[in-house]
Design a protein around this ligand. Structure first.
Ligand SMILES: C[S@@+](CC[C@H](N)C(=O)[O-])C[C@H]1O[C@@H](n2cnc3c(N)ncnc32)[C@H](O)[C@@H]1O
Length: 225
């Protein structure tokens, strides 16, 4: 029997290189100089580029690679992943998808993670020989069609309420479910996708907390040894 695998998509993630329209902004130019990189090659980060972000549409939610970093650390270090029952994808606001090999050992250090993302956006795959992380231009809907799941669940604070334990049970009924978690700090999904919206708590939680809850609730159902 084919084993059940959970496909987790961190969607509409606020991970992008600096947009053309702000490459001349002093906050970007100075930061790029300090890091000895070209402005267009650096990853937008609200901690350092706050004043430049104010000039961008959706500026209050953009530049949050830290959300992707923490979600990926949690997912890749999970028991579910070590048991080869998890596939993780990062979809970004500009419709790029990062395919994450389950054996990837992501840098714990945030600055090193940023360096890795910059190489990925420049080269399309890192490390170039092993291709543990691969970048492709793709919409969220294209990614989901490619996975070809038997169910799609969208984690959403306004979805049908279900405690994590019950959600794990529901997920385990499917062979290849996709679970979508928003990789952004505020607001709603920008991509339009079909799926069953599920809320796991009566308040909004951070994306990485939802990632943990989903993974562990599923793990308790499918890993029985
Ligand atoms: C920080 S939240 C998004 C921002 C949130 N809409 C807000 O304005 O505070 C990031 C993601 O975590 C998931 N999430 C957050 N709270 C949730 C909840 N109570 N139940 C299910 N998913 C949740 C959703 O996928 C959401 O897109």
């Amino acid at each position: 029997m084919e084993k059940k695998i959970l496909h987790l998509v961190i969607a509409d993630s606020e991970l992008e290189t600096v947009p053309e329209s702000i490459i001349d902004h002093p906050a970007i130019v100075n930061y790029a100089k300090r890091r000895k990189k070209k402005p267009e090659r650096i990853i937008l980060d609200s901690t350092y580029h706050h004043s430049a972000l104010r000039q961008l549409e959706d500026g209050e939610r953009r530049g949050r690679p830290d959300i992707v970093h923490i979600c990926l650390l949690n997912a890749l270090d999970s028991i579910l992943n070590k048991e080869d029952r998890l596939r993780v994808y990062v979809h970004t606001r500009n419709d790029y998808v990062i395919y994450v090999d389950p054996s990837t050992r992501l840098p714990r250090n945030y600055n090193r993670f940023i360096g890795l993302m910059e190489s990925l956006f420049e080269k399309g795959a890192v490390p170039e020989d092993l291709k543990l992380l691969k970048l492709e231009k793709k919409s969220l809907n294209e990614l989901i069609s490619e996975i070809n799941p038997d169910a799609v669940f969208i984690m959403h604070e306004n979805g049908e309420f279900m405690i994590p334990k019950h959600f794990g049970k529901l997920l385990s009924k499917f062979k290849k479910p996709v679970v979508v978690v928003g990789g952004f700090p505020h607001g709603d999904f920008k991509s339009k996708i079909d799926g069953v919206k599920i809320s796991l708590y009566r308040e909004p939680l951070m994306a990485w907390t939802i990632v943990n809850e989903v993974i562990v609730s599923y793990e308790w159902e499918v890993i029985k040894k």
